[in-house]
Design a protein around this ligand. Structure first.
Ligand SMILES: Nc1ncnc2c1ncn2[C@@H]1O[C@H](COP(=O)(O)OP(=O)(O)O)[C@@H](O)[C@H]1O
Length: 181
């Protein structure tokens, strides 16, 4: 995987794990955090816990997150390094924060089953399936970060999760900060 080094002075890397809801970001991120001792930051949980939102969106049945408040909340931790940020969006974080941007992808029929069993229906379900069909998060990641740090990984099965966690753990263990001389 490309994107070794860099780091803006941090001694451990920051990874963004993104993708459509249901692609396995939280599962993958928490296993990766266990394997690497990096800190898992679930942005959705953080928004709820700290009220970093501007109310509730009735149509999509979710909080309207306040991106500026989220970035302010994360800045110090990101500067320190050693974070896995887990969120279904990626275009509002500062580009300098991340050493690797991982986009999880899932086949539509599998994703459909995961989201319906999570209780998604109506526009929330349709919108998320379309988001996956049109590879919205991959395009957003490529538009927001250097292409050589963006990696798309399949997340259809438990075997995929194990392989992705192993690949990412190896990348974290081999990551070295660039020294300015
Ligand atoms: N690659 C996978 N294989 C099998 N089940 C998965 C996979 N990824 C996620 N799941 C399951 O799908 C559901 C949603 O996973 P989650 O990690 O919460 O996704 P996200 O954080 O992207 O919304 C969970 O029940 C999880 O166990």
């Amino acid at each position: 995987m490309a994107g070794d080094g860099g780091g803006g002075g941090r001694t451990r890397p920051n990874i963004l794990v993104t993708g459509t809801p249901g692609t396995g970001k939280s599962t993958t991120s928490s296993l990766l955090a266990e394997a690497t001792r990096l800190r898992h930051i679930n942005v959705g949980d953080l928004v709820r816990a700290k009220g970093l939102h501007d109310g509730w969106d009735d149509e999509f049945d979710c909080h309207i997150i306040n991106e500026d408040l989220v970035c302010d909340e994360l800045e110090d931790m990101m500067e320190e390094g050693g974070n896995i940020v887990d969120y279904h969006g990626c275009d509002f974080f500062p580009e300098r924060w991340f050493d690797s941007v991982v986009v999880l992808q899932t086949d539509n029929s599998i994703l459909h089953d995961r989201l319906t069993s999570r209780g998604y229906m109506g526009p929330k379900l349709t919108n998320n399936i379309e988001c996956e069909i049109f590879q919205v998060l991959l395009e957003e990641a490529k538009a927001s970060y250097a292409e050589d740090i963006v990696v798309a990984l399949q997340s259809n099965s438990v075997e995929d999760i194990s392989r992705n966690v192993a690949t990412l753990t190896e990348w974290v263990n081999n990551w070295r900060p660039v020294r300015s001389s």
